[in-house]
Every structure is written in structure tokens, then in C-alpha cells.
Write a protein that binds this ligand. Sequence first.
Ligand code: DLL
Length: 432
Amino acid sequence: MIWNESKECMSRDEMMHLQSTRLVKQVKNVYHSVEHYRKKMQAVGLEPGDIRGIEDIDKLPFTTKDDLRDTYPCGLFAVPRSEVVRIHASSGTTGKATVVGYTRRDIENWEECVARILTMANIGSSDTVQVSYGYGLFTGGLGAHYGAEFLGATVVPLSTGNTKKQLTMMRDLGVTAICCTPSYLMYLAEAIEEQGILNDLVLKSAICGAEPWTENMRREIERRLHIDAHDIYGLSEVMGPGVAGDCKFHTGLHINEDHFFAEIVSPETLQGIPDGETGELVFTTLTKEALPLIRYRTKDLTSITHEKCECGRTTARLSRFKGRSDDMLIIRGVNVFPSQVEAALLDISEVSPNYLMIVDRVDNLDTLEVQVEVDERFFSDEIKELENLTKKITHVLQQALLIVPKVKLVEPRTLQRSEGKAVRVIDKRKLV
Ligand code: DLL
């Protein structure tokens, strides 16, 4: 089934026409409502009238996470606060979070986008959907929740953690679909095998995203749980989950193109590159009211195709994500920048800002160890003192990163120094 045939199966000409009309309106809107955009456009001598359609998009300046940071918290909002009905946030590159907002209409469009993707995964009103993405400032939980509810499905809002309860609910409530990160689903699959309860479950599909995963991992999940596993993509700045997702043919993620115009550019030259070639994904939000973004550089690496899919949808498709062009890590679904660790450590006088992050995946769960050099002036042989310092650093990093790292103190000047770019991260996770 297709949730919204009139939008998902438009001819390319109709889609481009719709995108053009929406872009022209959005550019006028941001020029008049957001000082930061107006200044950026004026700096390159651009007026709203210069943008007459999608073919003019590359005249517009790019937007990056820095623009959001420089206008923290809500400087890019295009509506008065009274029209904002929801706020979410994700990690910024340093101490400051990236704050995003939604009007009532934004939430309605978001619900629709997620409902389209759940429909691609064959989920409908008679399904019971367990949402095991985190609820809160992260967009995963509430985003999936509203979309599933909009579809008319029965939603079980479990959020993350408490695996025992997740499995009890899944079995007792007859859950037929689950939304969670792929690594957490692998972890659940193991727990299900250990408890020998697979035959008690009626699970038929999973909608996984929020972190990179491979086609092999998707197949492995399908094999172990006897379900269909689907990919869902999104990012808080642009909306949250539901920007794109894959249908039963698994030949790329269909973009909700009537809301988000996608470009693929070279991260070096920022010039557009042809269909099928890998580059950085850039989005312009065509309908967002609270936080419209013009040519937002996602830093995600992928390629695009505009060919019609076997499922009947005509929307452009993104290939499975191949990584990022910056140093952002995704640990247990949470975005982490090494610069956040550095910023947090600078506030602790007993340590030097030399650190090493070791990311691994143990039993399908991501782990983070942060090795920190103790400052010479504070180095002590007293175990109690070192324990207290470890606790203090763990607490500070947990506050900054929203995940609990394992902190390991090391003696002064023991972490390897590098002559070029410092090596701050060792990521041992192998995506197979
Ligand atoms: O992760 C939104 C989301 C929630 C998507 C639940 C899907 C499911 P952020 O926390 O802002 O938002 O992180 C966005 O996560 O730029 C990608 O690098 C990565 N990402 C998200 N989905 C996928 C995916 C949510 N399907 C960042 N494959 C993005 C690979 C993904 N990477």
C-alpha cells in the first residue's frame, strides 16, 4: 500500500513544479522572517526575487550546524514563540545543543512523513507498534510515536532500556512492529534467542535507523527474527525520523520530496554531483514553518537516484548511508562529537585536555571508553582520590554527552602525541 499516492507517485515534472513553488515561497519567508538568512543572502547579493524555481537553488548559500550554534538557541526560528508547539534538541559540536522547533503544521507534516514510511514497511491501523527509540529531546521516540498513531496503529511507547520489560510487552501485547536502532534490535534478538521466546512473538517488521547499518545487518536481523527490516532516515535539524525510508524492494530510501529537496554535493568543492555518485547530502526544507533550513549540509555521505521504483513510487531514493564527512560518532543512537568531550574536560582542573575515545560494540551494544590524562599537579597514588576523580569526570561527561562513558585515568603525558591531526577516536566497531 502507498499512504499518499498523490504525492509519492507524482510525475517528475509535477514534483519539480511543486518543489519550485514551495521553494520560492520558503525563500521569501526566510528572507523576511529570519535576520540571519537575510544577512547571508544580502552578503552574496541575493534577493528573494532571484529564486524563481528549483533550478536556481544553487544560488543560495549553504546552512551548517555552525549557523544553528551561532544563533543558539532559537535564532533561526521563523515564527513567534506562540506558534511553536514543540522543541527537540540534538548534540552540537561543542557544549551547546542544536535546538529545533515545530509549529502545529510541522508536527502534522511530520506525522504524515512517518506514516508514509511505516506504510512502506507494511504497517497499518491493525498493527501494534512498539516504539523503542528514546523519548525526550531526541526526535526518535516522539517522531515515530506520532507517525504510528496518525496511521491508526496501537502504539506502545517503551522508549529505550529495560530489555526484560521490552520483551514482556512485545510478547504479552502482541507487538507486530518495532521502531528502534538496528544495534538495539540485534541486542533484543539475542535476548529473544536466549529466552527461547521467538515462537511466542507475532513481530513481523522493524523500522530501524538513527545510526549507520549495513545491508548485511538488515538481512541478519530478518533471518534471526523472521521479520522484514526497514531503514528509516532523518535528522533533527531537518525534522527527525521520516525524511526518507525504504520500501519492500530495499533499493534505496524514498525521500519525502514534496517536503525536503535533496542535493548531493562534493564535500570539497560543494558543487553538485551526478546521480549515482557518492557525496554529501544537502536538504532544503520546503514546508517547515518553525525552523526552515536552506541548503542544510547534513554531512551524511550517500548517493541519489531519480529513477522510478518497482513499488510504484516516483520519489527520489538515497542509497544506504556510507558514513559522514565530519567526525560525529553515533553511540547507542546518540550523536557525539569529540569536541564535546574536549569542551567538558576543559572545565575540570585536575585533568589535561588530552583524551582518547575508544568506541566498540560488545554483544551488539556500543561502548565508549574515554581515557583521560591526569594533570601532573593533581596526579596522586591515593586510590580513593583517583576513584573520586573518575566519578567526577564520568558525571561531567554524562551530562555533556547524554551517555555514560567508562572513564579510565592515565598518567600524565602517556597518551600518544601526534605531529599532525591528533587521533582522538579509535572506533573498533565493524559494520558487517
Ligand atoms: O537520529 C533521527 C532519527 C531517529 C532517524 C530515529 C531515524 C530513526 P539525529 O539525532 O539528529 O536524528 O541524528 C541524525 O543520524 O545525520 C545520520 O548521520 C544518522 N542517521 C539517522 N538515520 C540514519 C540511517 C535522528 N537510517 C544523524 N542510516 C544523521 C544511517 C542515520 N545514519
